[in-house]
Design a protein around this ligand. Structure first.
Ligand code: SF4
Ligand code: SF4
Length: 114
């Protein structure tokens, strides 16, 4: 007897090649990236101010990021972008990042370890 049901094939885990980087000091809280992100990854961090007095953008759901780069393209201040994970990991681990540089994926992983 024929069956209409297709075999269940587990999907491989989703891997992101790039990580999201936020330069908090360059963010002007314009909200464009928040509005344009198709996965609702981003939000404004109302509990933080940068040196210009703006609330910078943050990642509220970094696991949902699909590396589409819409945020990078829409940001008028180059305050958010994606970069190669390995390269970013080296800079993050050695502390070679400018003040106000946030890599939400790494921070979330570090919080999970604590
Ligand atoms: S890369 Fe795409 S999914 Fe990820 S935060 Fe930017 S706009 Fe959202
Ligand atoms: S990261 Fe860029 S697009 Fe997003 S709120 Fe800040 S200035 Fe606007």
């Amino acid at each position: 007897m024929a069956t209409a049901r297709k075999p269940i094939t587990p999907k491989p885990p989703r891997t992101r090649q790039k990580v999201l980087v936020i330069l908090e000091e360059q963010c002007k809280q314009c909200n464009l990236c928040v509005e344009f992100c198709p996965k609702d990854v981003l939000c404004i961090n109302m509990s933080k101010y940068n040196r210009k007095g703006y609330h910078p953008v943050t990642a509220c759901d970094i696991d949902a990021c699909v590396n589409c780069e819409f945020c990078e393209r829409i940001c008028p201040d180059m305050a958010i972008f994606l970069t190669e994970k390995e390269e970013a990991r080296k800079a993050y681990d050695t502390g070679a990042m400018e003040d106000g540089t946030v890599i939400p994926e790494f921070e979330e992983a570090a919080e999970g370890e604590n």
